[in-house]
Design a protein around this ligand. Sequence first.
Ligand SMILES: Nc1nc2c(c(=O)[nH]1)N[C@H]1C(S)=C(S)[C@@H](COP(=O)(O)OP(=O)(O)OC[C@H]3O[C@@H](n4cnc5c(N)ncnc54)[C@H](O)[C@@H]3O)O[C@H]1N2
Ligand code: MOO
Length: 402
Amino acid sequence: MPASFEQARTLILENVAPLGTERVSLLEAAGRILAETVTAPWDMPRYDNSAMDGYAVRAADCAPGAELVLTGYIPAGGIPEPAVEPRCAVKIMTGGPIPPQCDAVVPFEQAEETKGRVTLRGEVRRRDHIRFRGEDIATGAQVLTPGTLLRPAEINLLASFGKPFVTLYRRPRVAILSTGDELVELGERLDVGKIVNSNALSLAAAVKEVGGEPFLLGIARDNAESLREKLVEGLRADVLITSAGVSAGDLDLVRDILAELGVEQVFWKVEIRPGRPTAFGLRGTQPVFSLPGNPVATMITFEEFVRPALLKMMGHLCPIKPYVKAALSEPVRKKLGRVQFLRVCVERKEGCLVVASSGDQHTGILRTMVRANGIATLPADRDRFEPGEEVDVHLITGLDYV
Ligand SMILES: Nc1nc2c(c(=O)[nH]1)N[C@H]1C(S)=C(S)[C@@H](COP(=O)(O)OP(=O)(O)OC[C@H]3O[C@@H](n4cnc5c(N)ncnc54)[C@H](O)[C@@H]3O)O[C@H]1N2
Ligand code: MOO
């Protein structure tokens, strides 16, 4: 019996786990997932320092109009001066260490300097414009935990704490196999009846976008020998994705050969459209996704099934892309009993997200996939949707801008 969409996605996520870990240079770590706990090896800031360009002073000397004698200069990176005497001040730049006895900084704008003396304009309070040692993060504090996505902010933190290498979850190596006698590689001669193996490039792009490492196995022909040879190679990767050869045709041999090679089928056929013939299996712990060959079905089943699996394998704690709610701007009809993945155009109108079909939804129509910036998931138990109804949408804009 075919699986429901939710069953299929749950089965996949239950059967994949984060891969091992590796040490990676911080320069290469952005966008990946941390596999270690990081504690602060020192206080941040490391020492009391000035938040402004100005004068380090003793606040008790600083009644409005007071005149102080300038006795030194501390740039950022300078070493702290000896203690500042009463009624004296030291010129200090942002980041410069606060000298002993000083307890405030007066910004240049609030003072006037003439001939080695500074006259203060306004009021000065203790602690003004000082960034105190450890006020941001104290030594020993736990700052990052496994599962954290490394964005520029986390990279900044790790670099500040002097970490040139970090332990990350490994990126999966994903073998991609296209199957079909009708396929030729991009750039090869297109004789009558042939089409370009476009799915391989599209899947490789999708794998890269998620952060995996695609590996193209080329084309297996629709015979057992060719499939066997290529599938054996594919089963050496962390993940194997095949496209086509999984529906009911005479030459749809992929699942049979996978079974022969020790891949245990977890499900075949899902109550979704497009993508119904999708199969998922395991060889030990290695996941094998057999996606339907129609390019739109291949892309949508990657987005809804393979993407979350790869993210989980890379250590993401929330591998399912969050849905956004968007209101339909037109009626939609679908078949009962199947989830329909509707290719949609999402726009923002008066602050709300609104969606409409991107056009012809037949699986063979590629242009409406290209036009779409979202995939709406329409539930299996409904067949009519009216304008204004909210639906769940996965944005596929790349950078989630709408
Ligand atoms: N009698 C039935 N026929 C079909 C069924 C069914 O249940 N019963 N399911 C249909 C559905 S739904 C889909 S989806 C397709 C999927 O079939 P396959 O995964 O076995 O794929 P193929 O038939 O080999 O190819 C489908 C289509 O996609 C083109 N294709 C294949 N590989 C590539 C590639 N690498 N790059 C670009 N395009 C590719 C292929 O030429 C076909 O046009 O089956 C329906 N039929
Ligand atoms: O389910 Mo098929 O994937 O419509 O094209």
